[in-house]
Design a protein around this ligand. Structure first.
Ligand code: OGA
Ligand code: NI
Length: 365
């Protein structure tokens, strides 16, 4: 294992294959019509965009967007500031280190599924402060505020983060509209949930790793929120588990594109018409990699449950309602340290057919 701490080593079955499958990639979708002045004047163009989005969500859970309207300068400004921040000595970065009380800021010991990730991150929320539940206890109604922590260097990081967040928020609403339409719902069906949003942005830095065959930048996982919008650099490493055959497929970097994926909450809202798909990040021994995911998350008091319009007697709700804020802070706690138990998953709220049968059987008795 050489220089790699055993905490980073993945179980055999989860180790990445270094021979890469270059298969048909995730769909690429052109959003230029949303940003042109006469945009929605042609309903058939909107219809075809909506069906492209719907197919991508259904078949892949992942897609890429181009001509999305986010100015390139804004993205580049943040990418530059992020490089400067991570290039500092560790002693500087840990001055704004995250802990169990201050959950935002710098962090370099995150675990996914109890294996350490080969990465360092800087987290900040879109709303400052962000309101979340004070404890994971279901009956505790108390809330707390999360406050962003900003480093002294580089000085321009804060402004770059705030401007970028504003742009990405606009794009998120547009994407949620397209997704709502693709489900046959009114465009603004989900907007209300994001009023007191708990969205956050993460700056990721993956250093070169001496054992890319044993460790991962981020272990396999699904994103817990509604929607993720990822900016990745030109190095590559993101892999998506293809729904059709379970193969890990590399997402090739495209300059200035964003990668979008459906999170667990859309899976629940859509009653599994769309699914949140597993993905992971490979590291490599030569080049460092940077990425910036934007996690678009609803207000903490949101009760996530299948949309009534999408359920019926024939297609009953597949999830029990759950409180998003409690889910979020339970996850944050489990990422903080290695736990003995599996961390919280939406699967725990799934109404299984077996349970339905049992209930049916019991009610007969
Ligand atoms: C994540 C994630 C992908 C990447 O942080 O949830 O999936 O390419 N990141 O950094
Ligand atoms: Ni992810």
């Amino acid at each position: 294992m050489g220089e790699v701490d055993p905490a980073f080593i993945q179980e055999l079955e989860h180790r990445p294959k270094l021979s890469i499958i270059e298969a048909e990639g995730i769909p690429s979708i052109d959003l230029s019509m949303l940003n042109s002045p006469d945009a929605v004047s042609d309903p058939s163009t909107l219809d075809s965009l909506v069906s492209e989005i719907g197919n991508a969500c259904k078949n892949w859970g992942f897609f890429q967007v181009i001509n999305h309207g986010v100015p390139l300068e804004q993205r580049q400004k943040l990418e530059k500031a992020s490089r400067k921040f991570f290039a500092q000595p560790w002693e500087e970065k840990v001055k704004i280190r995250r802990n169990e009380v201050k959950v935002l800021g710098y962090y370099d010991t995150e675990h996914t599924k109890n294996v350490r990730d080969w990465k360092e991150v800087f987290d900040f929320t879109v709303q400052n402060p962000t309101i979340v539940p004070a404890s994971t206890h279901p009956d505790d109604k108390a809330v707390v505020e999360w406050h962003n922590q900003w480093p002294d260097y580089p000085h321009e990081l804060r402004e770059a983060c705030e401007e970028y967040a504003e742009e990405l928020e606009k794009l998120s609403y547009k994407l949620m509209e397209l997704i709502a339409l693709s489900l046959g719902l009114p465009a603004d069906r989900f907007h209300g949930f994001f009023k007191d949003q708990t969205s956050f942005i993460r700056l990721n830095h993956y250093s070169p790793c001496p054992a890319p065959d044993l460790a991962l930048g981020v272990g396999r996982h699904k994103d817990a929120g509604a929607l993720t919008i990822l900016a990745q650099d030109d190095v590559g490493g993101l892999q998506v588990k293809r729904k059709s055959d379970g193969e890990w497929i590399c997402v090739k970097p495209t300059p200035d594109a964003f990668i979008i994926n459906v999170g667990d909450i859309i899976q629940v809202w859509s009653n599994e018409t769309y699914e949140s798909v597993e993905h992971r990040v490979m590291v490599n021994s030569e080049r460092e990699r940077f990425s910036i995911p934007f996690f678009f998350n609803p207000a903490h008091y949101t009760i996530a449950k299948p949309s009534e319009e999408l359920t019926s007697e024939k297609n009953p709700p597949r999830y029990r309602p759950y409180n998003w804020g409690k889910f979020l802070i339970t996850r944050k706690g489990s990422n903080f340290k290695k736990l003995d138990a599996e961390n919280i998953q939406i699967q725990h709220f799934r109404i299984s057919e077996l349970a339905d049968h049992l209930e049916g059987a019991l009610s007969v008795i």
